[in-house]
Ligand binder design. Structure first.
Ligand SMILES: C[S@@+](CC[C@H](N)C(=O)[O-])C[C@H]1O[C@@H](n2cnc3c(N)ncnc32)[C@H](O)[C@@H]1O
Length: 208
């Protein structure tokens, strides 16, 4: 285990999530290798009292990884299934469909916002990811990170692929053209993963 270079990847092994770089024990899913990217971006705020919101809990593996990685952080998770058994002092879960914007909005009203980090590891359906993004991105603090995982699943059919592609085009248009003036600082694509950083401050409306 000591050969794994970064802290988050070591915790991925410990807590058996497939987000790491090594095959997790008793988890048939292959490693997705997202944790080195996350570690690079998140390590400087590791000790801060951050708020992380994850869509998709399953067996609670990643919730436990985040809980240990951010020793002062609050970790919120939603899933369509009851996950209360994973609740602790710093982990709170709720039953919520990620595409249900009214329910997401109601949930946000009850937690510490703005959020520092959002991880979308839920249905992996582009239309659902867009619905969540529309509610959760505005709730992200300036400079915060919004990650969407498992983009390879967009390729299962033409409909998902075209919805996904339109979403990336819209984000790019906002980055370069400020079409809707979404405050986006950067969009980084990795294998299977996109991480969008919100601008460090509110953008001035500009058409020039
Ligand atoms: C890949 S698993 C999450 C794994 C977990 N994040 C980890 O790394 O240990 C995806 C989870 O998303 C949940 N899910 C599926 N569709 C959903 C939806 N529409 N809204 C919220 N959660 C959903 C599933 O029930 C499943 O538990």
């Amino acid at each position: 285990m000591s050969t794994i270079p970064d802290r988050l990847s070591r915790l991925a092994v410990k807590h058996r999530t497939d987000k790491g770089t090594m095959q997790p024990k008793n988890n048939p899913l292959s490693p997705k290798r997202y944790t080195p990217h996350y570690n690079k971006l998140f390590s400087e705020m590791r000790e801060q009292p951050i708020t992380l919101f994850e869509i998709g809990i399953a067996h609670g593996y990643s919730l436990k990884m985040w809980e240990e990685y951010f020793p002062a952080g609050m970790i919120y998770g939603i899933d369509t299934k009851d996950s209360k058994r994973f609740d602790s002092k710093r982990v709170k879960t709720a039953i919520c469909k990620q595409q249900d914007q009214a329910q997401l909005t109601a949930l946000l009203a009850g937690i510490d916002t703005p959020l520092d980090i959002v991880i979308d590891d839920g249905s992996h359906v582009p239309a659902d990811q867009i619905a969540s993004f529309e509610v959760l991105f505005p709730a992200l603090r300036f400079g915060g990170y919004y990650a969407i995982e498992d983009l390879h699943t967009h390729y299962v059919d033409a409909d998902r692929l075209s919805t996904g592609m339109s979403f990336w085009s819209l984000l790019l248009a906002n980055l370069n053209n400020r079409v809707k003036n979404l405050p986006i600082a950067s969009i980084k694509f990795y294998r299977g993963l996109v991480i969008i950083q919100k601008s460090k401050r509110k953008l001035k409306v500009s058409t020039a």
